[in-house]
Design a protein. Sequence first.
Lengths: 364, 302
Amino acid sequence: MFYLTPRKEISLFFTISIPVISILLTIIFGFFIFSVLGYDPGKALYHFFMSPLSRLDKIADLFVKACPLMIIGTGLVLCFRANIWNIGAEGQLIMGAVFAGGLALSFSETQSLWLLPAMAIFSFIGGALWALFPALLKIKLRTNEILVTLMLTYVASLFLDWLVRGPWRSPTSFGFPLTKYYPDVGLISKIYFPGIGNISQLHWGVFVAILICLLCWFAMEKTVFGFQIKLIGDSPQALRFSGFNESKTTIALFIISGGLAGLAGMIEVSANIGQLQPNISFGYGFTAIIVAFLARLNPAAVIISGLLIALIEVGGDSAQIALAIPKVVTGVFKGILLFFLLAGETLTKYEIGFNYHQKSSLND
Amino acid sequence: MIDALVLTILMTSVPLILAATGELVVERSGVLNLGLEGMMLMGAVSAFALTYISGSLLVGLLAGIISGCLTAAIFGFFVLGLATNQVATGLALTIFGTGLSGLIGSDFVGKAIEGLPTLFPETFSNLPIIGVFFALDAVAYLSLFIVFLVWIFLFKSKYGLILRACGISHNSAHSLGYKVLTVRWCSILFGGMMAGLGGAYLPLMLTPHWSEGMTSGRGWIALALVVFASWMPSRIIYGAILFGAITIMQLAGQARGWTIPPQFLSSLPYIATIFVLVLISSKGTAKYLAPSDLTRPFISSK
């Protein structure tokens, strides 16, 4: 049996090595799972982790896939750091896309270049409103935000489903649940590299995503607001003594994380789809939770962790096409990775000792 | 017609009763397991797969219980052994369970099995008015019995008192010489068995087939039910029947050609959950009735 003793200092070695070791352990686990399922583990792992890195255009696809994960993940980092559990980013993403989509569809003939920025603002408001409700319930009534944000995710997804099958369905969609296409000014263009041209689907949203992560890092590390966030998470009592308003910070965090999720939804639709449909997200809001933890709750590290998780997602597609491995296996990988990361968190905070002889000092 | 409706409502509430009762015991011991959805899905897929292969419902039910228990053991290892964050570990368990159940179940999509038979002979269920209460299957009656047993255990037995003590103040319980981690291990495993059985009920009884993510949020609703019941076992039954009724409303609405869009009726259980949470927290009871050491990891000094 083993026991835990708190460490006096958190070592830098652990801080850096834990994500790396977690990923390696997940790959070893993957080897094991594929062997049990009867797939060639070498081939499967190649398709999962190497094939998405084999060509420039595939690497560009990684960035495209990581784009929403980065934007949502960095917002969630701020929340989780303050011990606030907004796990309904998926619903906030959908509402952001709905708000932006409503604007684009109402001005479907416009040529104005203001449409795209307006859609970005609308999507932020949409996501923020969807997060504001659980935030107010939390601070006014202490209602559990985990359950409320989750329930709102189901509601948002059904709401979008109703919109695209009902009032917003395009008359020319042949009965398919699709809206009209957005006007061209409501779409996000691909990045044009002089001399090379476009690289696969790489679009300007990716640039925005990286910028947002850096901004959030700045806010967290260099501003008073960031200090308050850390204080809520580490010691709410100290926050109250120092005269900061905990409720205000909580609301701000919900608005930021919800708004960013909404923005991610708008970017996803405007850059990749161009119209609304029943499924606009592939669980990005939930996957971003893992992205946040893989970044060890550092807003800038989300850039790297977003890319790593995107690798698993794209690898899952590649393995499904090449070897007919069901796509759900990525969920297993993501779950295992999160387990290892959390276990690593314990290793950084505590020393683990082992006891073989004395029954009296067992850890219970 | 009314009989059929009541019967469906009662059957819909069974998985909620089972999963919520298990979670109630877990939370009473001071641990929050958000992985209910994952454990239920693992229970559901194992139960369906083994029933399909063996042809025996009993084997299927046992498989559901065992796999729920094993999935919970993963959670216990991390949360108790390594004192990881309970909220995040629970989420990891749900992501993991959803993925693994989909992977195991991918070979069983589109296959059908025969559901559980009713416990009593048809002469009883044909009785007017009360007949519907004799038309259920063994697991449904078992679920009510389990709620009763859990109540007896928690509030009438010494061990229940120890379990509740661990949830209220693990340091005090530890000082008195009780093994906090052992108590929590037992309750987590029990919670897993109940969630597994609740999950197994879905493919074996409610819809005799397997589909990916078939719990569709029932695990989360069961979590809300524990708050609704303010950690008292008997109240879970009322709550579950209420949710069963709301869930069934969409089917009834479709059958009667209501003009309300089906998506709105489908979102009712989720909206009702929020509503109930708000109601409970506005009364302020949740704060006082929740085990005070809930989600706090127990780390003893050497």
